[in-house]
Design a protein around this ligand. Structure first.
Ligand code: NAP
Length: 672
């Protein structure tokens, strides 16, 4: 087999490392398949290139333009996915394992792309929360905003998901407008190298937006500043080493750590043999042990069951594990492939030996290779610790392979304490049909776990599983898990941005953030805003309608027409007695309907449809004989594509005394 020389991608060019190259071996055959190294790279020049070329180019784009870029990258990966699958077999992964890595990685980019276009403005500044009034007269206000960091995101990744591990970090980073330097783990970096090649060849990224280091990071850490982020995934030992680098502390460099974790899965006290939850638990523990040969940071390492059910769990689980077909990942019948490397196999055997001091092996034998030859194969190993409080190692030693320890608990409090004994985890699952037990468990254990899945017979069929981090949910956990947080939808984007509290006048801040803020100017004109396309609508442009009187007949007509005969509108005596109204009042929905009647311009035109309203507040009751008028203001606008976009309108309804009756935000779909 030809030995592939892996290349670094530095300053927009592919370069070979010089000096001693490390050999990379196939996980399946043990043959050398590639050579890798980053010797000779000028790491400071790479950082400067990202800061001087990549960052400015990315920051010129809007969130939506960057989101489109992510979609193009994901499409490029999907178009050439078979090349990635082919190479991925050498990592020991089956096609199903690689699906999580390759298509799961592309899916994460798609998710960030679509959420970015839906939830972020088509601008370059991100507003954080509502405007804060800071003065009596309203001329001085506060508004939090996010702007992109002006440095580099250094992504140091683990070996187990060479594609997904890179893409789940690249999605939020590029969406935020920050360039990245990616350093994959040496053992499986060849797959990352191909994925980067595919993305570079797709030619959608600006120069300097993405670079790749295929080996040591040299003196890179020495040149980091407060504008950079190190996002690390890997072992606790490496994380601690990197995090204690003096530059990280001196420059307050953001350091996101995703480390190992002793994730727990708990069979609920109510879920004995014969219940659907018992079967689901056994199935999930077995699945988590064997998918990706257990090399998942979220895999179940500690399986807990009520003491009285432990034997039954052990029996059912062992039966499943013994049936797992282990072998060449290319073979379609194979359910579990190899570990990623011979050194990984050694590390797993050592960890099992350590665990076996305080737990006994009840299924599998780490010393007997299930497949002959030079591959890194190991059978699933189930251990059992009958005294989990006396077995410190089972809550502390991570065997990063198909290894899990079964342990009993006495009652729910004991289960909570044992789960938390891992001192911080990425993912926990609880199998129970008892909602009270589940609530008590979440209250007792939530603070120790980044994600908790409570599974029962109603949710299992559509469940995404214990071990799958999802782009829309937070991935990370406290303590042992690293204390970091990734993804979580648009939360992940903010890890690469700086939050700043802006203070100033509403008109000034409105112009800065590109959105109308209460108190900012409301220019008016002769043209009804419904007659203007998005491109012609000015932020703050306001329609001030004429007024109409709301009569008792209107209220009664509305009540009978809609069936809403609530006492406050129809029963003078009861309304008078109410602590709120002091007499009959107009329906809130009548006010909304009359408001539309006042501001709508009916003929077909640039406004295509009303798509909803948000933040509706009724502030002052409207009594029969009162009049109402509306101010309709363009709050923000965003073009989706060539045919449509969205306009958000601030709607304020006033009475004849200019008191605010109602406020809300109206959304319409408009022609760009
Ligand atoms: P690792 O040995 O800690 O390596 C992680 C990364 O750090 C690799 O890219 C490695 O590169 C790099 N690295 C090592 N020393 C470095 C240094 N001095 N300077 C810069 N980079 C350095 O971990 P691993 O064996 O690849 O991954 C397995 C571990 O990762 C497990 O413990 C697992 O639980 C954890 N993990 C956690 C998550 C999560 O999201 N929380 C996800 C996956 C895995 P080289 O390979 O070139 O040494």
């Amino acid at each position: 087999m030809k030995i592939q020389k892996l290349l670094n991608y530095a300053r927009d060019g592919w370069v070979a490392g010089d000096g001693g190259l490390a050999q990379v071996r196939s996980a399946v055959t043990g043959e050398v398949i590639a050579e890798t190294g980053s010797g000779g790279l000028d790491f400071k020049a790479m950082l400067d290139h990202a800061r001087d070329v990549g960052g400015p180019a990315l920051r010129k784009l809007t969130f939506h333009e960057r989101a489109h870029m992510l979609k193009a990258l994901a499409n490029a990966v999907m178009a050439r996915k078979e090349e990635l699958y082919e190479l991925s077999y050498a990592t020991g992964a089956t096609r199903t394992d690689s699906w999580i890595d390759i298509e799961g990685g592309a899916g994460t980019l798609f998710s960030f792309s679509s959420k970015g276009r839906r939830e972020l403005p088509n601008g370059r500044i991100l507003i954080d929360g509502a405007m804060e009034p800071l003065s009596r007269g309203g001329s001085f206000v506060g508004q939090h905003v996010f702007t992109p960091l002006q440095g580099v995101a250094v992504h140091i990744n683990a070996f187990n998901f060479p594609v997904w591990g890179m893409l789940e970090k690249l999605g939020p980073t590029l969406l935020a407008g920050v360039p990245a330097i990616v350093k994959p783990a040496s053992a499986t970096g060849y797959l990352t190298e191909l994925a980067v090649r595919i993305m570079i060849e797709a030619d959608v990224l600006p120069r300097g937006a993405l670079q790749l280091i295929m080996g040591s990071t040299g003196d890179l850490m020495d040149h980091l500043t407060c504008q950079d982020v190190v996002s690390f995934t890997g072992s606790a030992a490496t994380a601690m080493k990197l995090q204690s680098h003096p530059v990280i502390a001196r420059e307050s460099v953001r350091f996101v750590a995703e480390r190992d974790s002793l994730n727990a899965s708990i069979l609920g006290p109510d879920s004995g043999p014969g219940t659907p939850e018992f079967d689901l638990f056994v199935k999930e523990v077995a699945r988590e042990m064997t998918v990706k040969a257990g090399q998942k940071c979220t895999a179940i390492r500690r399986a807990m069951a009520p003491a009285r059910h432990l034997d039954a769990v052990q029996e059912a689980l062992s039966e499943r594990l013994e049936k797992v077909r282990i072998g060449d990942p290319r073979d379609e019948a194979t359910q579990m492939g190899a570990l990623a490397s011979a050194s990984q196999l050694e590390a797993v055997r050592e960890a099992v030996a350590e665990l076996a001091h305080s737990a006994r092996i009840v299924s599998g034998d780490p010393a007997v290779p299930p497949v002959a030859g030079g591959g890194a194969f190991i059978a699933p190993i189930l251990l059992r610790a009958d005294d989990p409080w006396g077995a410190a190692a089972v809550h502390d030693v991570e065997a990063f392979g198909p290894v899990s320890t079964l342990m009993p608990y006495r009652d729910l409090d004991d289960a909570i304490a044992l789960a938390n004994r891992g001192m911080g985890s990425l993912a926990l699952s609880l199998f129970t049909y008892d909602t009270d037990a589940a609530r008590d468990f979440v209250l007792g254990a939530g603070a120790y776990h980044g994600r908790m899945m409570i599974l029962d017979r109603t949710s299992a069929k559509e469940s995404t599983g214990h071990g799958s981090p999802l782009p829309v949910l937070v991935h990370g956990g406290p303590g042992r898990a690293g204390g970091g947080e990734e993804m979580g939808g648009m939360r992940g984007v903010k890890h690469y941005m700086q939050r700043t509290a802006l203070q100033g006048g509403p008109e000034m801040l409105s112009k800065i953030v590109g959105q109308w803020l209460p108190g900012a100017d409301k220019p008016t004109g002769d043209v009804h805003p419904f007659r203007k396309r998005i491109s012609e609508l000015e932020i703050g442009y306001t329609l001030k309608t004429g007024s109409r009187i709301v009569t008792l007949e209107d209220i009664e007509h509305f009540a009978h027409f809609t069936g809403d005969t609530f006492y406050a509108h129809m029963d003078e005596e009861a309304a008078k007695a109410s602590p709120i109204f002091g007499g009959r009042v107009a329906h809130g929905y009548l006010i909304l309907s009359f408001a539309a009647g006042l501001f709508v311009d009916p003929a077909p035109g640039p406004v295509l449809a009303n798509t909803g309203l948000e933040s509706l507040r009724f502030l002052t009751p409207l009594y029969p004989g009162d009049s109402m008028r509306v101010e309709l203001t363009v709050k923000s606008k965003s073009v989706r594509d060539a045919e449509k976009g969205e306009v958000r309108w601030a709607v304020e309804v006033f009475n004849q005394k200019d008191e605010l009756v109602a406020t809300y935000e109206l959304m319409t779909m408009n022609v760009p």
